[in-house]
Design a protein around this ligand. Structure first.
Ligand SMILES: [Zn+2]
Length: 87
């Protein structure tokens, strides 16, 4: 377990993500959609799943969009993610 990981993450997440330090991007190693985002086996956006694992499923409110402020669509580091209101 990486010392940077604040929580105990499920094996199905840690198997698919290279967890590095808080400041680095955590590359997604699983399937990638045609629009360049990681997707889980269940067809969910991988970064949304990563965020929910760290902050809770209810954290992304309706009308908000989760994006990676580092600009890396395959980054799974929750500290690199921000919520932005949809318009
Ligand atoms: Zn990143």
């Amino acid at each position: 377990m990486s010392p940077a990981a604040p929580l105990t993450l499920p094996a199905d997440f840690t198997d698919k993500v290279r967890i590095l330090s808080d400041t680095e991007c955590w590359p997604w190693l699983g399937e990638v959609s045609s629009w360049g985002y990681g997707v889980t086996d269940k067809g969910r956006m991988a970064h949304v799943w990563a965020y929910a694992l760290h902050y809770g499923e209810g954290h992304i409110k309706p009308g908000y969009h989760l994006f990676q402020k580092c600009g890396n669509r395959l980054c799974m580091n929750p500290k690199h993610m921000r919520l932005r209101k949809k318009w």
